[in-house]
Design a binder for this molecule. Structure first.
Ligand SMILES: *Cc1c(COP(=O)(O)O)cnc(C)c1O
Length: 472
């Protein structure tokens, strides 16, 4: 246990050794064997450059661009680069945010506040849209209309039918996180424009990759601001732009569309507060690191990284197709390989892959969709992809030998029955005190539960983990 407030300060060497010690329990962020959370281009020297750039601007405050014009210049450079990459024109404006969720929150806020006369504003999304839209709807008290997809893709006719007089925003993904599938953006943009409703393209995940995949000849539809009817688009620089965490860009087609995104308050005794984003005080570190990353890789570099990613996706998808017991759940058209079971217990398989050093992301069953395993593929995977197939075959055989996960018999539970004691008992029964490498039982239990019960159990579990640490 680390004491964050020792009686006397601790020497720097010791502190850094402690931090490195803590980090050694984490999943490997480099090496092309972790298929979620991190984005690794495997470019020599890039981490070091980003770290140094971060340090240059870490203590600069983005609260006031007139006090720190360096940040204004860097943010305008990032927005300008994103606009050029994503079909912007002379009217395009944007903001640098702290991440994809914040970009989506702000797109929803801008749409909501553009219609102050709409009493109960609503948002229309396909069922494959990122969970951050549900979060935005919840935080901002906007109604959420979730439209079923067809073969994992948003259905323009069904989206059109869901638009009502209180709809302030329609959104779709390019591509979706869960499956890496690009929604038919031009057709949805057309129906939104016809109804006079804003249309946001969530390109948080693949916005920095898709333009390069298209240049490489991938058969993907237009998805950006060049499509008539697209009014805003978001792209996370901490995903396929390979910047350190904490940077996303939200672009609007015009300044008028961006206007209601701002919050201004000058009616208090302190400084006038004018914020384009959720945070007020924010560090310049992530912004400087993102600028350094983009300038170091450059347009030609991103094209090469996209080519490596595309090759890796082809190799992994080929492995899934070749190995009996699993199958592709979604077409591997961008940078996600999503596999489903063809006989094997998928959650046991995920554990067997973990045991072989491949860290994947299990996804629960959703409506008519089965549980799946998600692989976010980055350029670093090009170097490891070939060794995935024998390990996958081996892991499938081991999972078949082990058989399905056995879960404790539970009485029927409802969300309001989930108390801290119940969660603590369940966590102990499932062996969660000993780390998170054997998750099949937990995942099986969650998968069998309705979404509201999953939410209550996971909230209870996270709350159990998040406890003030006492000094040893
Ligand atoms: C990652 C992601 C988000 C949320 O981004 P965060 O940076 O995790 O807040 C939103 N939409 C899509 C499609 C994503 O992949």
């Amino acid at each position: 246990m680390i004491d964050a407030l020792p009686e006397k300060g601790v020497p720097a060497d010791q502190i850094l050794a402690e931090l490195r010690g803590l980090r050694s329990a984490d999943l490997p962020t480099h090496g092309g064997r972790l298929f979620a959370y991190v984005y690794d281009p495997a470019v020599a020297g890039l981490d070091e450059l980003a770290r140094q750039a971060y340090a240059v601007s870490a203590s600069v405050n983005g609260l006031d661009p007139t006090a720190f014009p360096s940040l204004l210049a860097m943010e305008n450079a990032l927005v300008g680069a994103a606009a050029r990459l994503l079909g912007g024109d002379a009217a395009t404006v944007g903001s640098v945010t702290g991440g994809g969720t914040e970009s989506l929150l702000l797109a929803v806020k801008a749409a909501r506040d553009a219609h102050p006369a709409v009493a109960n504003p609503r948002l229309v999304v396909p069922s494959t849209a990122h969970a951050a839209f549900a979060k935005a709807a919840h935080y901002l008290r906007v109604g959420l209309d979730v439209v079923p997809v067809r073969e994992l893709r948003a259905d323009p006719a069904a989206m059109a039918a869901a638009i009502g007089p209180e709809t302030v925003l329609v959104a779709a993904s390019a591509p979706s996180y869960a499956h890496g599938v690009v929604d038919p953006i031009p057709a949805i943009a057309a129906v939104a424009a016809e109804r006079g409703v804003r249309f946001h393209v969530d390109a948080c995940f693949g916005g920095w990759l898709l333009p390069y995949l298209r240049r490489l000849g991938a058969d993907l539809p237009p998805f950006d601001l060049s499509v008539p009817g697209v009014t805003s688009i978001s792209v996370d620089l901490h995903k396929y732009a390979y910047a350190p965490k904490g940077v996303s860009v939200l672009l609007h087609a015009t300044e008028e569309l961006r206007r209601p995104q701002y919050f201004a308050h000058a009616d208090w005794p302190g400084y006038p507060m004018i914020n384009p984003v959720v945070s007020s005080t924010r560090s310049g570190g992530p912004i400087a690191a993102a600028v350094a990353t983009l300038r170091s890789i450059g347009d030609a570099g991103y094209l090469d990284l996209a080519a490596a990613t595309r090759e890796a996706v082809g190799i992994l998808a080929g492995a899934v197709t070749a190995v009996d017991g699993v199958r592709l759940h979604a077409p591997p058209e961008t940078s996600v390989v999503c596999l489903a079971s063809d006989g094997v217990d998928l959650f046991v398989l995920a554990d067997e892959l973990t045991a072989r050093g491949w860290h994947t992301q299990p996804q629960m069953a959703y409506r008519e969709m089965p549980p799946t395993i998600h692989l976010t593929v980055t350029a670093a995977v090009r170097a490891t992809a070939a060794s995935f197939r024998p390990d996958l075959a081996d892991a499938v055989a081991a999972a078949a030998a082990r058989g399905p996960a056995q879960v404790p018999d539970l009485p029927p539970l409802s969300p309001e029955m989930i108390t801290p004691d119940l969660v603590a008992g369940l966590a102990a029964d499932l062996g969660l005190g000993d780390g998170f490498s054997r998750m099949a039982e937990v995942n099986t239990l969650l998968n069998a539960a309705p979404p509201a019960l999953r939410e209550a159990l996971l909230t209870g579990f996270l709350s159990l983990l998040q406890r003030p640490a006492a000094p040893a």
